[in-house]
Design a protein around this ligand. Structure first.
Ligand SMILES: [Zn+2]
Ligand SMILES: [Zn+2]
Length: 112
């Protein structure tokens, strides 16, 4: 269903877009244990699509600017323009809707 995500979750290399903690599955839902936040299947679809263009690069551990989402693939800042997100670190390309859905439909505990 989500082949890229499933593989990366198994390797602990899929990062929470809010806090960069490695994501896991709870039941069938993608989940950040640190932020106590589950991800909708729609957002999971969007992340899976974005991973199709992502190169494997070393994770970026530099501090994230405030109010910035992290690339789920490498942890670099995701920049959004007209709803589309891109990561300069690895080429992850977020389809339209990812930013909106993260902002409006998910509650992640504040700590990073
Ligand atoms: Zn998180
Ligand atoms: Zn990236």
């Amino acid at each position: 269903m989500w082949p890229n995500i499933t593989e990366r979750v198994a390797n602990k290399t899929l990062l929470c877009p809010f806090c960069r903690y490695p994501l896991s599955f709870r039941e069938d839902e993608l989940h950040c244990d640190r932020g106590r936040c589950g991800f909708s299947s729609h957002v999971t679809d969007l992340i899976e699509a974005g991973l199709a263009t992502a190169r494997r690069v070393a994770p970026n551990g530099e501090a994230l600017p405030a109010h910035t989402y992290a690339c789920p693939s490498c942890g670099s800042p995701l920049s959004f323009r007209e709803g589309y997100g891109t990561c300069e670190g690895c080429g992850f390309a977020a389809p339209r809707g990812l930013q909106f859905n993260l902002l409006e439909r998910h509650h992640h505990d504040e700590s990073r």
